[in-house]
Design a protein around this ligand. Structure first.
Ligand SMILES: Nc1ncnc2c1ncn2[C@@H]1O[C@H](COP(=O)(O)OP(=O)(O)OP(=O)(O)O)[C@@H](O)[C@H]1O
Ligand SMILES: N[C@@H](CCO)C(=O)O
Length: 311
């Protein structure tokens, strides 16, 4: 029986005002997906997992993309898919997206499809439909490409890797005692359908500042760019502790802070000027004030999805 394993890292999407556009992969956590071909004459998929995720192939973000690839390309095979979760689910860390990215990459390798990275993203987006009902491309793009990415087009999928000329570390405030059923689906329903022109202009300024800050290596521009007047504001009830954590981050000279994806995790970018310990100490106290127990994870920018080489 032939098998392939792939690993994909966690991600924080919606960087600043980059809702559904800007995302970064980080080393905080990773998922591993192993796909084995049992035979090539039927199309059933059996899922095994170490975590409490759906085991119905069309409901699991790792396997729904595989179902769609097999349908689209007329591939018949009985598969055993092991979803080894390292990324906690429903916390804004791109858990569903990483599973999808790793599964598509493993399948791509197993069946020698030679998919481009953007085709891997296109198929992995089906995984986000399975988990949240919408094919948002940002988490999967970061898990596939690594680094910081901008999804500049979805039809066709076009992903641009952002050159980073400012080195930074990452702190993530990850709530341990928060579980919101279908969190991203609910969070997407909270986003307003229309916005004020002034909010649109300010958010466009922030995105411009963030991108230029990353490329030119200008700390102040990155800080200014990590703001959002539309989506974070609309979703604030999901993470009421965020404004105070953001203030603490700036007080102790972080580069900046924003919500990680649809939350409830919070992302803080730091460098040598930052007092990370004070941010961690006072930020976790802030979580406690809201009856939330936050764990602080230190991480760095991660690479893209990788097929594990059998030694
Ligand atoms: N392979 C999978 N990995 C993680 N979650 C999965 C997977 N398959 C289905 N799900 C379901 O998707 C939901 C988690 O996805 P959701 O989009 O809400 O959050 P997330 O992907 O963990 O983080 P983010 O907010 O960054 O998208 C859970 O209800 C989970 O049961
Ligand atoms: N852009 C997506 C990311 C989910 O992590 C959303 O905010 O719904």
């Amino acid at each position: 029986m032939e098998c392939k394993k792939a690993r994909a890292y966690s991600s924080s999407a919606n960087l600043g005002s980059g809702f559904d556009i800007l995302s970064m992969a980080h080393t905080a956590f990773f998922d591993t997906i192993e796909i084995c071909v049992e035979n090539k004459n039927s199309g059933d998929i059996v899922i095994e997992s170490n975590s409490n995720i759906p085991l119905e192939p069309t409901k699991n973000s790792a396997t729904y993309p595989i179902v769609r690839i097999m349908e689209e390309r007329g591939i018949k095979a009985s598969l055993r898919v092991k979803v080894i979760k390292g990324i906690p689910e429903g916390l804004g860390l791109g858990s569903s997206g990483a599973s999808a990215a790793a599964a598509v990459m493993a399948f791509n390798n197993l069946f020698k499809l030679n998919l481009s990275k953007e085709e891997v993203v296109r198929y992995a987006m089906y995984g986000e439909i399975a988990s949240s009902g919408s094919p948002h491309p940002d988490n999967v793009a970061a898990s596939v490409f690594g680094g910081v990415v901008s999804v500049v087009s979805v039809n066709p999928v076009k992903v641009v890797e952002i050159p980073l000329n400012y080195s930074f570390n990452i702190l993530l405030f990850v709530p341990l005692n928060v579980h919101i059923e279908e969190k991203t689906k609910k969070a997407r329903e909270m986003v307003p359908k229309t916005v004020k022109l002034s909010e649109y202009i300010n958010n466009s300024r922030y995105m411009s500042s963030l991108l230029i800050g990353f490329v030119k290596g200008e700390r102040d521009l990155i800080r200014l760019g990590l703001n959002d007047e539309i989506v974070e504001k609309a979703r604030l009830p999901l993470f009421p502790y965020y404004p105070k954590i953001k203030q603490i981050a700036i007080k102790y000279d972080a580069i900046g802070s924003c919500v990680s994806g649809a939350g409830p995790s919070i992302l803080v970018l730091t460098d040598k000027m930052t007092d990370e310990n004070k941010i961690a100490e006072e930020g976790t106290k802030t979580c406690n004030e809201f009856n939330v127990e936050c764990k602080v994870i230190k991480a760095k920018i991660a690479g893209g999805v990788e097929v594990e080489r059998r030694n």
